[in-house]
Design a protein around this ligand. Structure first.
Ligand code: ZN
Length: 242
């Protein structure tokens, strides 16, 4: 194999869906790295609204600070429609979203995050990027085992062995609950960033923008909306009591 130049410490790649978590991670990366790129995955989601929100969150976050604007590099959307073949789940078909008895929702594509990370690392390697930033977290028990800290650490070891490289997988939200994630956004970008995430980011599994709730847009009923609404309430009661 031809010898590759070392991966750059200056640049980070944020796995970016345009939701609350990855929007906050984007701001986190923009405060720490000289250059930041974003990478998203189009795996036949039911909702084009997610892809539109993704672009809007990206540009609105960067616009908050001149240095963030300078640091933000290009975006890339990888087509991984093979996900349709790997799993028949609620996010890629017309099945209703339900929670299985084991607590794992049927929006789960087995190992989805591991597949995302694998694709992102292969892409980052080609660009010479060392730092990958992921909005996964263990605290909210979303039921996805591949979001857990041990899974991510094991993945880092596997990537570095398998690609003979020194990737660092950053998970700034790993031990935060959704309320803490709002708080982190406030610390990183003030209430202006909180407002951008409230207004622009998309979390709802149903792909509904619907009415504007205090916590943002969405159906208000699906597990993702309920988690987001609850987190926002707790954040306000912890930090913004009247
Ligand atoms: Zn919803």
């Amino acid at each position: 194999m031809a010898h590759q130049p070392p991966l750059s410490d200056q640049e980070a790649l944020v796995i970016f869906s345009g939701g609350q978590d990855s929007g906050t991670c984007l701001a986190w990366a923009l405060t720490r790295f000289a250059r930041v790129r974003t990478l998203g995955f189009d795996y036949g989601q039911r909702h084009a609204v997610e892809l539109r929100c993704r672009r809007e969150v990206r540009s609105a976050v960067a616009a908050l600070r001149p240095e963030w604007q300078e640091r933000l590099g290009p975006d890339c959307l990888l087509d991984i429609s093979l996900f349709r073949q790997l799993a028949d789940t609620a996010l890629t078909s017309d099945m209703p979203i339900q929670q299985h008895d084991d607590g794992i929702p049927n929006t789960f594509v087995p190992g989805r995050n591991l597949l995302f990370i694998m694709h992102a690392a292969a892409w980052a390697y080609g660009k010479g990027i060392r730092h990958l930033v992921l909005g996964v977290c263990e605290s909210d028990s979303s039921g996805y085992p591949d979001c857990r800290d041990d899974s991510i650490k094991a993945m880092q070891v596997a990537l570095n062995a398998g690609m003979d490289s020194h990737f660092v997988l950053h998970t700034p939200l790993m031990w935060l609950d959704k309320a803490d994630t709002w708080r982190l956004a406030e610390e990183l970008g003030g209430m202006a960033l909180v407002d951008v995430i409230l207004e622009q980011s998309h979390t709802c599994y149903e792909g509904t923008r619907g009415e504007r709730h205090p916590w943002g847009y969405g159906c208000g009923q699906c597990p993702a909306c309920r988690l987001r609404a609850h987190g926002y309430e707790v954040y306000l009661s912890r930090h913004h009591q009247k």
